[in-house]
Design a protein around this ligand. Structure first.
Ligand code: FAD
Length: 341
């Protein structure tokens, strides 16, 4: 059988990481990434890129923990390598603060991040409106550099990159044996998934190099995430809003909320506003399907719907998607050897 031809649709954090896992696991495949948009124009470029998971109600906690752990381990190794600054991956320490003690004191990811502990009274004095807090060290991706670094690694492995809008996955059946759908919110239209909905997020990216620690309000709405070159200030979570236009009054509100957590941000400069649509559903869709039409077949693997946690979970889900691609390759080999009998 000829080497299987595989197309990954999507070049956000999910598509690029999935393509890397497929290229590593099945080097004999001919692999291409097709996307309407590449970095710096994807939702993944807007994200803060913090490794702090959100709980998806439709996925068992042990599975979410496994995905997070695999992602954390993978990025921690990069952060400890000479590639760290080009890949935009670094460790960051800080605080998650609450106005009252949360019902669940230990999040499921507390033993994956480093040094998770309850904040001391002395630390809490920095946040007079908050009564309880957790301190820990986690990882952060500076998103455009990380995406660019993954693209570079894919090209070095001979993976082709094409700018192309796919109207229907079926249009790829004459060119590819297997299609991996990593279209993020684009899957709503591409495969008509009505369970997928946008959660709009608006953030500010500012120059404030003196801010070295992250601060996250426990409600998840207000956050300050320092990166290598800029600090991300957030945010909003607007369910079912498809608008990509920045709203000036929302920017003012975000800035005010962040300054009340970290007053020195009043001196921040060069404020840039960005908006992205989190591809949300009750659970990530990681699934294998066989599509057939008039005797022709297309093997499809879905990997989308990461909501607020695409960076936190991407390597774990990419590895699982690559396993599903492996099952598709085995099915192709099986049907080709049966055809020869
Ligand atoms: P995308 O990045 O949207 O990529 C989808 C790709 O598919 C693009 O290349 C697109 O062009 C392509 N595509 C779509 N439709 C088609 C089509 N028909 N034909 C061809 N190509 C197509 N997550 C975290 O873990 N940590 C954070 O700190 C964090 N902060 C965030 C802050 C904000 C404001 C927002 C909006 C999100 C944040 N997220 C965060 C969530 C994270 O951004 C997403 O989960 C993640 O980017 C989803 O990645 P993706 O690759 O699935 O989608």
């Amino acid at each position: 059988m000829a080497a299987p031809k595989v197309a990954v649709v999507g070049a956000g954090v999910v598509g690029l990481s999935t393509a890397l896992c497929v290229a590593d696991a099945f080097p004999a495949c001919s692999l291409a990434v097709l996307a309407e948009r590449f970095t710096p124009s994807t939702t993944s470029d807007v994200a803060a890129g913090m490794l702090i998971p959100h709980t998806a109600p439709g996925t068992p906690i042990h599975v979410q923990k496994q995905w997070f752990k695999e992602t954390f381990t993978h990025l921690f190794a990069i952060s400890n390598s000479a590639e760290a600054s080009e890949a935009g991956i670094h460790l960051v320490s800080g605080w998650q603060v609450f106005k009252s003690t949360p019902g669940e004191e230990l999040p499921f990811w507390s033993d994956v991040v480093l040094g998770f502990r309850t904040m001391s009274e002395a630390e809490l004095q920095k946040f007079p409106q908050h009564r309880y807090g957790q301190a820990f060290t986690t990882l952060k991706c500076d998103c455009p550099p990380y995406l660019l670094w993954m693209e570079k690694r894919l090209k070095a492995k001979g993976v082709q990159m094409y700018t192309r809008k796919v109207a229907n996955l079926w249009e790829l059946h004459s060119e590819y044996d297997i299609v991996v759908n990593c279209a993020g919110i684009g899957a709503h239209q591409l495969v008509g998934d009505q369970q997928l909905f946008p959660v709009r997020g608006q953030v500010l990216k500012v120059h404030a190099p003196w801010v070295k620690n992250f601060v996250r309000d426990g409600d998840g709405l207000t956050y300050i995430y320092p990166g290598i070159s800029r600090v991300t200030l957030g945010g909003t979570r607007e369910k079912e809003s498809w608008s990509l236009s920045p709203d000036p009054s929302t920017s003012k509100d975000i800035f005010g909320r962040c300054c009340s957590l970290e007053p020195s941000l009043q001196a921040a400069q060069d404020v840039k506003v960005q908006v992205g649509l989190r591809p949300s559903r009750a659970s990530v869709r990681l699934q294998r399907e066989v599509w057939s039409q008039g005797g022709a077949k297309l093997l499809v693997v879905h990997n989308y719907g990461h909501g607020s946690g695409g960076f936190s979970m991407h390597w774990g889900t990419a590895k699982e998607a690559a396993q599903l691609v492996g099952e598709c390759i085995a099915a192709l080999q099986d049907s080709s050897s049966r055809a020869k009998l």
